[in-house]
Design a protein around this ligand. Structure first.
Ligand SMILES: Nc1ncnc2c1ncn2[C@@H]1O[C@H](COP(=O)(O)OP(=O)(O)OP(=O)(O)O)[C@@H](O)[C@H]1O
Ligand SMILES: [Mg+2]
Length: 237
């Protein structure tokens, strides 16, 4: 199953949620492939896999066959790292990633492939969206995140993107959120809004320094329920 975390606004929690989902699936002994499609290499940085010889750019430039850029990230998790030069590869077809993942055999080899595209609309994001079985659009309770998320969601709907889509409120904090924004998310997205928001979790900010913080924070905050909802799979399922 291919999961894509995408919003065309930056800083909404794509990389954080991709990481949390991967480590919780790994804790369930699921084999996960992370695909870092962002030139900021944030996801690769979480797992100490930056500036590698083979990257998501190499993968998209080729056919997917005999690819050498699978790096072990932690037990049960491999990663195809990001590339500073990703932006230069803007002329790829929108379905190249989906095709290459299949041709490489990764859709068979891994239980889950998790894609982390950049926070804007471009070739990599289109590839990430078109490859997805489930598209998760995170947004925080700020006015600009809500408006960006609405625009993104509506634009995808207008293009009849058939991918199953879920909007997820991230970094939810009743005390500090702009009043009324969460209710606006509910009114706007209805059945597409995930039932539970992801709380603001201070220790998730330490993702890059120690992955164990993320795992502990995810377990403590019961983020397993989020993983259940996006994978439609109960714990130990
Ligand atoms: N649930 C959360 N609780 C607390 N902080 C969070 C949460 N989710 C994300 N953050 C913080 O918000 C910031 C942006 O998150 P993240 O890097 O995951 O967003 P992104 O959408 O991947 O950004 P970009 O568009 O730059 O790739 C980071 O500092 C991260 O630590
Ligand atoms: Mg990111």
């Amino acid at each position: 199953m291919i999961l894509t975390f995408s919003n065309w606004k930056g800083g909404t929690g794509k990389t954080t949620l991709a990481t949390v989902t991967a480590i919780l699936l790994a804790a369930r002994k699921k084999h996960v492939l992370l695909f870092d499609a962002d030139s900021n290499m944030a996801l690769s940085g979480v797992f100490g896999q930056v500036l590698k010889d083979f990257t998501s750019m190499s993968f998209l430039s080729g056919t997917g066959e005999n690819f050498k850029g699978i790096y072990p990230a932690m037990e049960y998790i491999d990663i195809i790292p990001g590339d500073l030069k990703n932006m230069l590869l803007n002329n790829i077809m929108d379905r190249q990633l989906k095709i290459n993942l299949k041709r490489a055999g990764y859709t068979e080899k891994y239980d889950y492939i998790i894609i982390d595209p950049p926070g804007y609309w471009g070739a990599h994001t289109r590839n990430a969206v078109f490859a997805a079985d489930v598209l998760i659009i995170p947004g925080t309770c700020s006015r600009i995140d809500l408006e960006a998320t609405k625009l993104y969601f509506r634009t995808l709907q207008q293009c009849y993107i058939e991918t199953e889509t879920l909007v997820c409120v991230n970094a939810f904090n009743e005390k500090t959120n702009l009043p009324g924004i969460y209710e606006e998310y509910r009114a706007e997205f209805g059945e597409y809004l995930m039932a539970e928001p992801i709380p603001y979790v201070k220790s998730l900010k330490k993702l890059t320094s120690d992955i164990n913080y993320a795992l502990q924070a995810a377990v403590k905050n019961k983020l397993d329920r989020f993983v259940d909802a996006i994978t439609k799979e109960a714990i130990n399922g």
